[in-house]
Design a protein around this ligand. Structure first.
Ligand code: DTR
Ligand code: ZN
Ligand code: ZN
Length: 331
């Protein structure tokens, strides 16, 4: 059985690459003249692009529009989007509809937990090396006590918007891209474990890395990066360093989200998190602002986890970091 060595699963990133690619992309635009009123191609600009496109900025307005939809779904279905409830399946159908329209190959995988049917949604972007799969995922279920907008509408909406950005850019990376939305995380990582267990040994070994996003818009946010696969961790830290935002290692419960089943199967994992019920320290306020002695998310697992329970800046930065990592790790 061949399991990839975690830190060799991704090719090393060359420093300064994002800046270079941005310039090349601009030159290519001028060369093709596809922009209305574009200047003629400058002499010497016709060299073929040697780098792939840089990751896009994920429009936070789009991510927030998905959160508004999740809130409406909860409101119309008894106030939550929990496993086995109508609001969960409606959430799956919302995300699936967007992905299908964008050209993804979607699969709904059903399972049973607690006597109720649960669903995982998987979306494959056609193309790329099937033996090198880069995955990003998030849990789509809420607890029964609320709409689950920070936990985990934020991860679900940002992963969806990253997938839609792949489609808009018609990004054709070297590796194969797959996105996942997990059911019944709140019952104990049930959906993600079911997915990993359903993979053959060969298909498990094809996954180069799994990136997890669970709570990335906490109202009193911290910027936490999972301390796991070194290449994935480095990629996220590079992004935040580039925008001048300090990060810390995630310590509020290692293994408490959907990356855990992937990690247990030997798949390199990483992820982002802005904090749950733990209190922000004075030192963290010095770094990030916010309120000392107050939870990162005072509405964690509560009825007040609504669209009002979001820090837009944290959501914006984490969405951009997500897109950056998806692009960098799949090229
Ligand atoms: N699993 C989350 C909350 C959570 C707590 N600690 C962490 C660490 C990393 C990601 C998420 C979390 C929930 O869904 O309740
Ligand atoms: Zn939760
Ligand atoms: Zn969660």
């Amino acid at each position: 059985m061949k399991l990839s060595v975690p830190h060799l699963a991704f090719s090393a990133r060359r420093p300064g690459r994002a800046a270079v690619t941005a310039v090349v992309a601009a030159a290519a635009l001028l060369t093709t003249g596809s922009m209305a009123g574009a200047a003629p191609a400058p002499l010497g600009a016709a060299a073929p692009p040697v780098e792939v496109a840089a990751a896009p900025d994920l429009p936070v307005a789009n991510v927030k529009a998905h959160l508004t939809q999740f809130q409406s779904i909860a409101t119309a279905n008894g106030g939550n989007r929990a496993h086995g409830r109508a609001g969960y399946l409606a959430s799956v159908n919302y995300v699936k509809g967007k992905l299908d329209a964008a050209g993804f190959t979607t699969t709904v995988q059903s399972f049973t937990s607690g006597g109720r049917t649960g669903y995982n949604l998987i979306a494959d972007w056609p193309g790329g090396d099937p033996n090198q799969v880069v995955m990003a995922g998030s849990h789509l279920d809420s607890v029964t006590s609320g709409a689950g907008i920070n936990d985990n509408g934020t991860g679900s909406a940002a992963v969806l918007e990253a997938a839609l950005a792949v489609s808009r850019a018609n990004y054709q990376p070297t590796k194969h891209l797959r996105f996942g939305w997990w059911g019944a995380e709140e019952l104990g990582l049930v959906g993600s474990r079911y997915y990993v267990n359903s993979l053959s040994t060969a298909n498990r070994a094809r996954i180069s890395g799994y990136l997890n996003f669970d709570m990335i818009g906490s109202p009193n946010p911290g910027y936490f990066v999972y301390d796991d696969d070194p290449t994935i961790e480095r990629t996220f830290k590079d992004y935040f360093m580039g925008i001048g935002v300090p990060t810390e290692i995630e310590t509020e419960g290692d293994g408490r989200s959907d990356h855990a089943p992937f990690k247990s199967a030997g798949i390199p994992v990483g992820g982002l998190f802005t904090g749950a019920s733990r209190a922000k320290t004075a030192a963290q306020v010095t770094k990030w602002g916010g309120t000392s002695g107050q939870a990162f998310d005072r509405c964690y697992h509560s009825s007040c986890d609504t669209t009002s329970n979001i820090n837009d800046t944290a959501l914006d930065r984490n969405g951009d970091a997500l897109a950056y990592a998806v692009w960098e790790l799949s090229e």
